[in-house]
Design a protein around this ligand. Sequence first.
Ligand code: FES
Length: 149
Amino acid sequence: MRRRVFLLLSGAGAFLSQMVRPLLARSAQLPAVPQTKTVSQAIAVARGVDVGSVAQLSKSGQVLVRTSALGPLLVIRDPATQKLKAVNPTCPHRGCLVDWIASSDNFLCPCHQARFNANGRWIGGQPVNRPLESYKVTVSNGRILVSKG
Ligand code: FES
């Protein structure tokens, strides 16, 4: 009887180890879990990322932040509506950073000349498969806050 129980348990153990082995091997191949945002980054994203002052925007015509909790951000004042607009300036074609060209009221990619309107929608030049990502902009105490809409 004891021998029978031993054989049954060892057989079950061998069976289970064969079942678990592929799972362990697979978990070793999984990509690293991306780092989560810190609490302060999460709060900044929820409140809106402070990219600068309205005075700074008025003086220079655009505010570019290359690194933020939302990624790169470019804020301009839409000449048609006078509203502030924020986009991720990373061109959807091959990733160059677009510039705001105030004289023609559009974003221009310096690499292959894709052009986008103030809302980030493609309007000419190198075709791309999606618009520039745009964000919600609010102003608080003269500061420009950008958040996901
Ligand atoms: Fe912008 Fe090619 S990278 S048009």
